[in-house]
Design a protein around this ligand. Structure first.
Ligand SMILES: Cc1cc2nc3c(=O)[nH]c(=O)nc-3n(C[C@H](O)[C@H](O)[C@H](O)COP(=O)(O)OP(=O)(O)OC[C@H]3O[C@@H](n4cnc5c(N)ncnc54)[C@H](O)[C@@H]3O)c2cc1C
Length: 509
């Protein structure tokens, strides 16, 4: 019997497998695809997930350099978000990693940690009893096999079979009237990029290169790679986008040109990328914004796109789901999960999913054509002149806008929030970043008091909670209790309140 069966070997399933292995339990990942998915999806990670990956030593493996640095600026609803004004309070981090590379890194890491990932297994059904879940899957040779585990997690994407079979509704909306088109093109003398993120287009003049909004839609031209710029349009149709003539056929460069012409009002001839360079022609009809009514049904859980889909930083949510769930499942399997710990996965992560649905729908609405939206954007631009509003939007986009219930808030430390970056000198005299102490995904008591009071209290939890003594110039509190998912469960210096927090999260010692 396995500890946990994970259905789906996408980013959520693979990261969950890594987290479970770190927590010492035995997962089995069943993935339908025989080979990795090489289709073009996310081009980067945005938000708190970047720091989560850093905590696990995966930031640099995914192409990041050194330590994550806050992003200087971003867009919300196609409007510039001046993150620089936030200084040290800036919660937004970016990691420009392609989803293919992310999945490769996670797959390699899962293998290093000894997680079993079986490709070519299509999960067909499951049954759960009081103490186990039986999962029926068909292998690539057509034979059906039943696998058994104590828990099942559906990381099987937006159309999740696990969610449907668990009877969990997927509530929300499908905005059928938007169609997004994207193409990689070749260089051209019909447009040239100018300083300040702008582009001059023949016959039109100078416009913002990103999210240029007109009365027909939104236009973006990016030149991350000058040899193959990326062009994107979003158009709002007055009929379901799927009914748009030709949407059943593969997308063409001519279709992209026609879309650009509708949005900009000028014809911009588009050439394919140079021979041998990667190509991309993508049409997405409609946008889905949906959230599962529940994240748990008995021994069955859902995470990632299986639990929420939106037009936004969904990977940020997905990997944070996995980190939140893994240590709680491990605690249940090892017999020290306090009452309600497993249910707190849904309480904490669904609250975050709700916020994502709200802000991604709002961002889409802010880009739509029409005079009312123009007025709304003016108001929004004025609101964004205030740093506190920029912070609110940035925290929403970063998936850092939901405080988890950790009891009373500490006056200076972020209890209930993701731990801030802290530079430390540990007992062995080494200088380290706090992230480097979180690689093993164990609960951590960071003791900066220099005394022994907390050590005596924490001793009874030494099998579950690692205590590290250090000094730091910039710690928000004399000691921090950090959960494996990076959230601060307690802060202070008082042994009695530490004991309560340890008991609450890790059972009596
Ligand atoms: C074009 C595009 C662009 C995107 N851009 C971004 C972006 O910029 N930023 C961002 O954050 N997100 C983006 N996303 C969304 C992002 O790709 C998803 O959020 C992410 O893939 C979710 O990961 P997941 O592991 O939860 O689900 P998936 O990646 O869908 O993985 C689910 C896995 O489960 C497997 N599976 C399904 N059913 C079964 C079954 N019955 N048995 C066995 N295996 C099964 C599937 O084969 C798949 O491998 C984009 C998506 C698309 C399509």
């Amino acid at each position: 019997m396995f500890d946990v069966i994970i259905v789906g070997g996408g980013p959520t399933g693979l990261f969950l497998a890594c987290e479970l292995r770190l927590a010492g339990v035995r997962p089995l990942v069943l993935e339908r695809r025989a080979e990795p998915d090489l289709s073009d999806k996310a081009h980067g990670l945005a938000g708190q997930v970047v720091r989560l990956l850093d905590n696990r030593g995966l930031f640099e493996r995914c192409g990041g350099r050194g330590a994550p640095a806050p992003a200087p600026g971003l867009f919300f609803g196609g409007m510039p978000l001046p993150l620089r004004v936030l200084g040290e309070e800036n919660p937004m981090y970016l990691l420009p990693v392609n989803q293919r590379d992310l999945e490769r890194v996670l797959h390699e890491r899962a293998a290093e940690l000894g997680a079993e990932v079986r490709r070519g297994w299509d999960v067909l059904s499951f049954d759960q009893t009081d103490d186990r879940v039986d999962v029926v899957a068909r292998g690539s040779d057509g034979t059906e096999t039943t696998f058994t585990a104590r828990y099942l997690v559906g990381c099987d994407g937006g159309r999740s079979l696990i969610r449907k079979r668990a009877g969990i509704a997927f509530s929300g909306v499908s905005d059928d009237n938007v169609v997004d088109r994207t193409a990689l093109i070749g260089p051209s003398d019909r447009f040239r990029f100018t300083p300040g993120g702008r582009v001059v287009i023949d016959g039109l003049g100078e416009i913002p290169a990103m999210f240029h909004r007109t009365e027909r839609g939104v236009f973006t031209l990016l030149a991350h790679d000058p040899e193959r710029p990326l062009v994107n349009t979003a158009e709002w149709e007055d009929h379901p986008a799927g009914d748009f003539p030709g949407t059943g056929a593969p997308m063409t460069l001519t279709e992209m040109e026609e879309s650009v012409e509708r949005v900009l009002g000028v014809r911009l001839p588009l050439a394919p990328p140079p021979e041998g360079a990667p190509t991309l022609l993508r049409r997405l009809c409609g946008r889905n914004f949906r959230l599962a009514d529940r994240y748990r049904a008995g021994r069955v859980f859902i995470a990632g796109d299986a639990a929420h889909v939106s037009h936004g930083p969904t990977l940020n949510e997905a990997l944070q789901d996995a980190a939140n769930l893994a240590w709680k499942l491990a605690a249940a399997l090892r017999g020290w999960a306090p009452e309600g710990l497993l249910d707190s996965y849904e309480t904490e992560r669904r609250a975050s999913g709700e916020r994502v649905l709200m802000h991604t729908r709002a961002a889409t609405a802010l880009m739509a054509p029409g005079g009312d939206v123009t007025a709304l954007r003016r108001l929004f631009a004025e609101l964004l002149e205030r740093a506190e509003n920029v912070h609110m939007v940035a925290a929403l986009m970063a998936g850092a806008a939901v405080r988890h219930d950790m009891g009373e808030e500490h006056p200076a430390a972020p209890t209930g929030w993701f731990v801030p970056p802290v530079d430390l000198t540990t007992g062995d005299g080494r200088t380290r970043r706090l992230a480097e102490l979180l690689r093993d995904a164990r609960p951590l008591l960071l003791d900066l008091t220099g005394g022994n009071d907390l050590a005596a209290t924490a001793a009874s939890w030494s099998d579950r909670v690692r205590r590290v003594t250090a000094t730091a110039d910039d710690s928000p509190a004399p000691a921090l209790l950090i959960r494996p998912d990076g959230y601060v469960a307690w802060a202070g210096g008082d042994p009695d309140s530490l004991k309560s927090a340890l008991t609450r999260w890790f059972s009596p010692g």
